[in-house]
Design a binder for this molecule. Structure first.
Ligand SMILES: Nc1nc2c(ncn2[C@@H]2O[C@H](COP(=O)(O)OP(=O)(O)OP(=O)(O)O)[C@@H](O)[C@H]2O)c(=O)[nH]1
Ligand SMILES: [Mg+2]
Length: 242
């Protein structure tokens, strides 16, 4: 599954994920015992960061980045990418820390990496999907994907999902300095930058389930900000202005 000698980092951003974190890391290590785990926590009021420190002190495979406050999902993922490059990992998995991205899909993500440098855990290829999403959320996600695929000329079907495996070599040649997203639009933007760097993308189906514990961090302000950023970046990309 993971070729011998391949160093894998599983990175997750956390904000108030205390009730998910320990079991999630356990399940990741049940599937991929050789993988290291990085938790990037934004000083979660529920003590997720402290729990992550406790877990890290008992297991050398676990690492923690603490940030002073809630600085956004996008910049947290970026911090994980820089960590992976600095520490010379070969593959970087990014996933949510609420069980919507289940560790059972790690093996197919790894398998796709034999021939590609970016594999997306995709809700929109046969076998994938979302569970219990209201029609409004399905429509919004569908609309964003149509827009991004068209404007940014990205072939992948799921351009907004955050469950991905990146080759760290791809990240090194991607112009990450150009990224402007701080929040959820990071997913589309980084995919665009990876495409510009020239990459082979594959998708493997995932079923996106509701978070197990805790509350969603998505709010109207974040949705509006992400949508406007995507629109701006999409138009820039379409007209070749970047
Ligand atoms: N460090 C950090 N993590 C964040 C921030 N915002 C969200 N996250 C984490 O990013 C992941 C995705 O956030 P969610 O709130 O689950 O967003 P979502 O999965 O799109 O929405 P739901 O389906 O409602 O859960 C989770 O692991 C969050 O804890 C942030 O500002 N900083
Ligand atoms: Mg979630």
């Amino acid at each position: 599954m993971i070729p011998p000698g391949t160093r894998v980092l599983v990175s997750m951003a956390t904000y108030n994920e205390r009730d998910n974190l320990e079991l999630l890391i356990k399940e990741i290590h049940a599937v991929a015992p050789q993988a290291d785990v990085l938790v990037t926590d934004d000083n979660s009021p529920d003590g997720t960061g402290r729990l992550a420190d406790q877990l890290a002190s008992a297991d050398p495979r676990i690492h923690v980045i603490h940030r002073a406050g809630k600085l956004g999902l996008g910049t947290a993922i970026l911090a994980g990418m820089h960590f992976a490059m600095e520490q010379d990992y070969d593959w970087l998995i990014n996933m949510d820390a609420d069980f919507s991205h289940h560790p059972r899909y790690l093996p197919p993500l790894f398998a796709g990496m034999q021939r590609h440098d970016l594999v997306i855990g995709s809700r929109y290829v046969p076998g994938g999907g979302t569970l219990n999403w209201p029609l409004s959320r399905q429509l919004m996600s569908w609309g964003i994907n149509v827009l991004v695929r068209f404007l940014m000329r990205i072939r992948a079907r799921d351009t907004s999902g955050g469950y991905r495996c990146y080759s760290v070599a791809l990240l090194r040649r991607t112009d990450l300095k150009k990224l402007i997203s701080r929040g959820y639009s990071f997913q589309e933007e980084v995919l665009y930058r990876c495409r510009r760097a020239g990459c082979k993308i594959a998708e493997t189906p995932i079923l996106f389930e509701d978070r197990r514990a805790g509350d969603s961090k998505v709010n109207l302000k974040e949705v509006t900000r992400s949508l406007s950023t995507i629109l701006l970046l999409g138009l820039q990309a379409f007209f070749g202005l970047d």
